[in-house]
Design a protein around this ligand. Structure first.
Ligand code: GLY
Length: 395
């Protein structure tokens, strides 16, 4: 059994046991996959190899989710000090250095997810200068998607694609921390200005008056005018996709931390209050918050894991002890349910750390399966309770 970190936080045996089980799976996955990458989601509890695409061989580093893999290894190393995790994290981080150098599948806003958990984490934890340079190159490339006069970062696709032009998505709030980091590293205001304007635009338009969120929102690229909300992975344009709402909790909180803009903290609170008010009895949401306990809809455990981390962050940032205690208690309740009902009872039974997620129900992708981001945020949530109190997330 892996030795856990001697962090200052008191060891809750439920959390320690959950980490022990999770790390058993992480260690086995390192042995199974080596330097290759699993697909986004499990199939019947097992991660297939990432399929080949566009000149990239099977198991290669493409798509938006591969960094959750080294992200888990960095966390595992911080939790244990075990060199096996460090070595795996370093090998994969080196592949991210290569990915941006070779320009392989980098025309996406997801560069934030990809480079924060690989190269920024590697730079922060080990001082790896190649990782630092690669993360700065990724941040610079991401700035190419910042559209004037709208002041938003286009999420997906070619900048000239009429279907995607001027469209951003709530998840992008987790990509801007790469730009915040780049601003800190370089002192260049263009990065911080993009973060401030993009986050303010989402607060204004993707967050609705009733505190639910659109999944995506379009701006007119010529005039900068806000146009309309639309969904891609939710039940309907005006429903509230559970994972989007969770990205809003965490993302607005992180962007408040970066900018000091109090309206972003308020936006995080509004997302959290709506999310918590729409949870079913076991505190893990159905994949869209329109569904309740009589719906028979699948859950999205990954939305719950993201929300735990976001609520933790919110609890630290709010300047009101009662609100802080409320968000902390909500996070504990959700995590307790994940540990008890959504982590595999027997870690040998699944490659995933967390069962019962949904990737994209309208496209029938990863429904009631594990997924890489659910695994990562579950381990981050557990780590937050075990690592020293001054530990900071990689975002
Ligand atoms: N960022 C894509 C998703 O949450 O599915």
């Amino acid at each position: 059994m892996t030795q856990l970190s001697t962090g200052s936080a008191p060891a809750d045996p439920t959390v320690s046991n959950a980490i022990g089980a999770a790390l058993t799976t992480v260690r086995r996955n390192i042995a199974t996959f080596g330097d290759r990458y699993p697909d986004d989601v499990t199939a019947d509890g097992r991660y297939p190899l990432r399929p080949a695409t566009d000149g990239i061989a099977e198991g290669g580093n493409w798509g938006w989710t591969t960094s959750f893999w080294p992200g888990m290894f960095w966390l595992a190393w911080e939790l244990t000090g075990d060199g096996e995790y460090l070595s795996a994290a370093r090998r994969h981080t080196t592949d991210f250095v290569r990915r941006v150098r070779e320009g392989e599948d980098i025309d996406t806003h997801d560069l934030g997810f990809l480079y924060t958990l690989s190269c920024v984490a590697g730079w922060r934890l080990t001082g790896d200068t190649a990782a630092c340079a690669a993360a700065l190159a990724a941040a610079d490339h991401l700035m190419g998607r910042f559209l004037e006069p709208a002041g938003i970062i286009q999420a997906w696709g070619d900048l000239n694609d009429p279907a995607q032009r001027g469209r951003t998505i709530i998840d992008s709030l987790m990509n801007t921390p790469l730009l915040t980091w780049a601003a800190e590293q370089t002192g260049e205001r263009r990065f911080a200005d993009a973060v401030r304007r993009h986050a303010a635009g989402l607060r204004e338009h993707i967050l609705r008056d009733d505190d639910s969120t659109f999944h995506t929102f379009y701006w007119d690229v010529a005039t900068g005018a806000p146009l309309r909300g639309a969904t891609e992975q939710g039940a309907a344009d005006r429903s509230c996709w559970a994972r989007g709402q969770a990205w809003g909790i965490y993302g607005f909180a992180l962007n408040h931390r970066a900018t000091g803009d109090s309206t972003l903290l308020d936006a995080s609170r509004r997302c959290a209050d709506y999310f918590l008010a729409h949870l079913p009895a076991d505190r893990v949401p159905y994949w869209d918050l329109v569904y309740g306990d009589d719906s028979g809809a699948p859950r999205d455990s990954s939305a719950a894991a993201i929300a735990v981390c976001g609520l933790d962050e919110l609890a630290e940032l709010v300047d009101d002890p009662a609100a802080s205690a409320h968000y902390r208690a909500a996070a504990e309740a959700i995590l307790a349910s994940l540990i008890r009902h959504y982590a595999p009872a027997d870690p040998t039974g699944s490659d995933a750390l967390l069962l019962h997620g949904v990737y994209d129900l309208p496209k029938d992708r990863g429904v009631d399966e594990g997924n890489l981001w659910g695994d990562y945020f579950y381990l981050e949530a557990l780590s937050r309770r075990t690592l020293p109190a001054d530990w900071r997330p990689y975002w």
